[in-house]
Design a binder for this molecule. Structure first.
Ligand code: LMR
Length: 400
């Protein structure tokens, strides 16, 4: 009955890993998916995560019962504090509803489904470009996707005027998806002053901000600094949605652990929101998984474990920042034509190189280097040992 099917294409990001895995070359390098690697090119399980897992394993009082539809209460409370700040007035006034989600993607999807069902405006504006999964998530949730200008190829920086113009002409009430920090794929973020202008515009047009926070702590190495833009919006007392992921900042990729928070105008509304979120979640996956959220809750609630986590998080962020400098230096040493300063200016996991899809294919074919066709490089996949190989490939791609 399915013989009529055509073969679906691989995912533009995860498909890069599929192609990489098929390549027998010993020099192959995967800079596609945004997943942290050590200097040895290996996936990293944080030491603090290993220790907590051991504690959980030894605790015979624990069971594997279903957890509530909205997830673990501790996890939700602590996640809201992490993103909005412990002293957030919205939390103190009980205006925040937080539910556990299946990492960033699942949290965005639940938020999208909730908006499609209960919000009066079905339009969502996404930055151009954005993470490839965003348009699919929100379209399938039932929203109409539009875009706002974000990236200026000429400067490899922010198109701030274009952004203000497009959001300024958005229909009143539209949802606006904002990358909280370390914009994926460009690595280009507004400054805090620009965020303040964006906030004023969004509030004056009654647009509804929906933050995607996939990299808190990963951009600057500081959890608080990376949450500043969201906290600006919470401080004005207005409404917003925020999706959080613990994939990158705790290295819990495969555990699928994240959260969706909705900030309302009153505690009464927040509790109505929670009641309706349950109706969205139950028919989708019933209730979320227990393991990853238990790890996160244990780390967030214990001061020593929390401190140990921030040290490991900062080490990951610092290694990425140092890779940026090393790649920039290597291109300069080769006299590679072009201004590569954006490599050190952009932040977070990715560099948006400006290489075109033909140059990317060349690098894959000749140098066995795998990256997405838009020229995005996951800096976290690079190491001191592999940087010269990448610089050689970029040099050859742009000079041929
Ligand atoms: C990425 O952009 O590489 C990551 O967010 C992983 C993913 O799921 O696409």
């Amino acid at each position: 009955v399915f013989a009529h099917l055509t073969r679906a294409p691989e995912d533009p990001i995860l498909g890069v890993t599929v192609a990489y895995n098929k390549d027998p070359s010993p020099i192959k390098l995967n800079l596609g998916v945004g997943a942290y690697r050590t200097e040895e090119g290996k996936p990293l399980v944080l030491d603090v995560v290993r220790r907590v897992e051991q504690q959980l394993l030894n605790d015979v009082s624990r069971n594997k019962e279903y957890i509530p539809i909205v997830g673990l209460a501790d996890f939700n409370k602590l996640s809201a504090k992490l993103i909005f700040g412990a002293d957030s007035p919205a939390i103190q006034e009980n205006r925040v509803t937080t539910v556990q989600g299946l990492s960033g993607t699942g949290s965005l999807r639940v938020g999208g489904e909730f908006l499609a069902k209960h919000y009066h405006q079905r339009i969502i504006y996404l930055p151009q470009p954005t993470w490839g999964n965003h348009p699919k998530i929100f379209t399938l949730a039932g929203l109409t996707v539009k875009t706002y200008r974000y990236y200026a190829p000429a400067t490899r920086g922010l198109d701030f005027e274009g952004l203000l113009e497009d959001l300024g002409s958005a229909s009143s009430g539209s949802v606006v998806l904002l990358h909280a920090c370390a914009h994926n794929p460009t690595g280009v973020d507004p400054t805090l002053e620009q965020w303040e202008q964006i906030r004023q515009l969004i509030r004056s047009k009654s647009l509804l901000p929906f933050f995607d926070s996939a990299y808190q702590g990963f951009a600057s190495g500081s959890l608080d600094a990376d949450a500043q833009p969201i906290r600006l919006f919470v401080a004005d007392g207005g409404e917003l949605l925020a999706a959080q992921s613990y994939a990158k900042n705790m290295g819990l990729y495969g555990e699928r652990v994240g959260a969706l928070s909705i900030v309302s105008k009153s505690a009464d509304v927040a509790s109505l929101v929670e009641s309706q979120l349950k109706l969205v979640i139950r028919p989708m996956y019933s209730s979320p998984p227990i393991h990853g959220a238990s790890i996160v809750a244990a780390i967030l609630k214990d001061r020593d474990l929390f401190n140990d986590w921030t040290i490991e998080l900062k080490a990951m962020a610092d290694r990425i920042i140092s890779m940026r400098q090393q790649l920039f230096d290597a291109l300069r040493a080769r006299g590679t034509p072009g201004d590569w300063s954006h490599i050190i200016k952009q932040i977070g996991m990715f560099t948006f190189t400006g290489l075109n899809s033909e140059q990317v294919s060349f690098m894959t074919k000749e140098y066995h280097i795998y990256l997405t066709s838009d020229g995005r490089i996951s800096m976290a996949g690079l190491s001191t040992k592999t940087v010269s190989h990448l610089a050689d490939a970029i040099h050859a791609a742009v000079t041929r």
